[in-house]
Write a protein that binds this ligand. Structure first.
Ligand code: URP
Ligand code: ZN
Ligand code: ZN
Length: 470
């Protein structure tokens, strides 16, 4: 089975040119100026921008929220990520209550994702049950590699919740991970300081959503990153990916570590580039609580620091931190901001928002857009080569984007598994028109035409963040 995409404005991680892409079965066979007209299927891409399907390295499908034990929207809602131009996610696999890392990840593949998932997906391990005896945890880290998992997340934040990992355990996790080719993904916020600030704030009767941002200032992010990097160095040079960076404070710490050649990658998320903490000040809880996510939205001036950190190589990837969380769950914090479960949906909007407000507004070159949304996340997560670029031998995950389309982000146009969209009403310049997943058309005229369960579990390679030249 061959497919030919003709006359597109192709953007790869290193070049832009007008040309054709020939696909044989699931894989790109050739890319060139004119590859003829002979194929089983010919797709006319004239007037369309053609780029690799997005790789979103930070999603939480069917996952426990940080303050509760409910599941968020499941893998069947990943159809909307595809409609938004993302073909691969690297999803977090938290330990289910009473289960270890391996058992939880396997259950996720066999039950949670099976017959539902629409995108290809890899998994990150995710520690949620630290106990007095963590020997089982360390044994599981040694076995993650056999499952094709080469990353694990530690939360320095969320003190008093099952997610919090103290420094001692994190240090041991870093030591074990280094031995087995695993990159440690760290949520760097100082949980102790945040806990103290929250308690004082609540004692003053300040309980509205806006205090979420006031009680987790950016120095907490910078300090925790500094500590994690120091411990990773002492643990033997464990590669780190510091996730969802929001501020100059943390970017400065990452830049300094990279300056001394420490293996560390930096991620930011689309919402930190386009939203700021004023959204939390909305007097209507039903609106403000949508924006309760961690780290918190910052002052608007931080956005320029993040764009700069992307341009100068301090940050490498732009993720969504997608949490398909509905207002029914958010209302758990009606009386107190610290009880509002964190997170918001974003996987379906990452590509259109970054094209509209990054590329079209001159903040991001087209090649950088591809690198930050597809190539670099594939590299950091050990999926490259294979995912994240348009070149012979790569999976034929391809987006045709109609630059000329004009409209606005509307939840109703692409429901995301929650009941709101944090970008509702934002101007949208262009839209994802067609998506191919491993050579098969799964989105046509901006509508999902694939099948539930079509997504494939991807085994990652070890030391993704170390050996990919980022
Ligand atoms: O608050 C957000 N965005 N997500 C909750 C889990 C996390 O990554 O911290
Ligand atoms: Zn986090
Ligand atoms: Zn997250």
């Amino acid at each position: 089975m061959t497919t030919l995409i003709k006359n597109g404005e192709i953007i790869t991680s290193s070049a832009e040119f007008r040309g054709d892409i020939l696909i044989e079965d699931e894989v790109i066979a050739a890319v060139g100026a004119d590859l003829g007209n002979t194929a089983d299927t010919v797709i006319d891409a004239a007037g369309k921008v053609v780029f690799p399907g997005g790789v979103d390295q930070h999603t939480h499908y069917s996952a426990l929220c940080n303050t509760g034990d409910q599941d968020t929207a499941g893998y069947e809602t990943s159809d909307s990520a595809l409609v938004g131009g993302t073909t691969t996610v690297v999803d977090y696999a938290p330990q289910d209550p009473g289960k270890g890392l391996i058992e939880s990840a396997q259950y996720r593949i066999d039950v949670r994702a099976k017959d539902k998932v629409c995108v290809d997906y890899a998994l990150h391990g995710f520690i949620t049950y630290v106990t007095d005896d963590n020997s089982g945890l360390y044994r599981d880290i040694a076995r993650l590699s056999e499952m094709g998992i080469h990353s694990i997340k530690c939360f320095m934040a969320y003190k008093n919740s099952p997610l919090h990992v103290d420094d001692g355990v994190m240090f041991r996790v870093m030591q074990e991970s280094k031995k087995h080719g695993i990159t440690v993904f760290v949520h760097t916020e100082n949980g102790d300081v945040i806990d103290e600030m929250q308690r004082e704030c609540i004692a003053r009767g300040e309980v509205a959503p806006k205090y979420h941002a006031e009680t987790r200032p950016s120095f907490c992010e910078g300090e925790a990153a500094q500590r994690a990097l120091y411990l990773a160095q002492q643990a033997g040079g464990t590669p780190l990916c510091i996730v969802h960076n929001t501020s100059k404070a943390v970017c400065d710490v990452i830049a300094e570590a990279r300056g001394r050649l420490q293996p560390v990658m930096g991620e930011t998320c689309a919402h930190y580039l386009f939203l700021d903490k004023s959204y939390l000040a909305n007097p209507d809880f039903e609106v403000a609580s949508r924006y309760v996510l961690s780290p918190a939205l910052r002052d608007k001036c931080e956005q320029e620091h993040l764009w700069q950190a992307l341009r100068d190589g301090t940050l490498h990837t732009i993720a969504s931190d997608h949490v398909g969380i509905g207002m029914d769950i958010k209302r758990q914090g009606l009386d107190r901001f610290d009880r509002i479960p964190n997170g918001a949906p974003g996987a379906p909007d990452r590509i259109p928002m970054l094209w509209s407000h990054g590329v079209e507004k001159g903040k991001l070159s087209r090649v950088d857009f591809v690198r930050f949304t597809a190539t670099n996340p594939a590299k950091v997560c050990g999926l490259y080569p294979g995912k994240g670029d348009i070149a012979p031998g790569f999976d034929a995950d391809i987006v045709l984007y109609d630059r000329a389309w004009r409209g606005a982000v509307r939840w109703a146009d692409n429901p995301n598994g929650a009941d709101f969209n944090i970008y509702e009403g934002f101007e949208q310049l262009g839209r994802v028109e067609t998506v191919l997943l491993r050579g098969k058309v799964v989105v046509e005229q901006a509508r999902f035409v694939g099948s539930y369960g079509q997504g494939r579990f991807l085994r990652t390679r070890p030391y993704g963040a170390c050996y990919t030249g980022l």
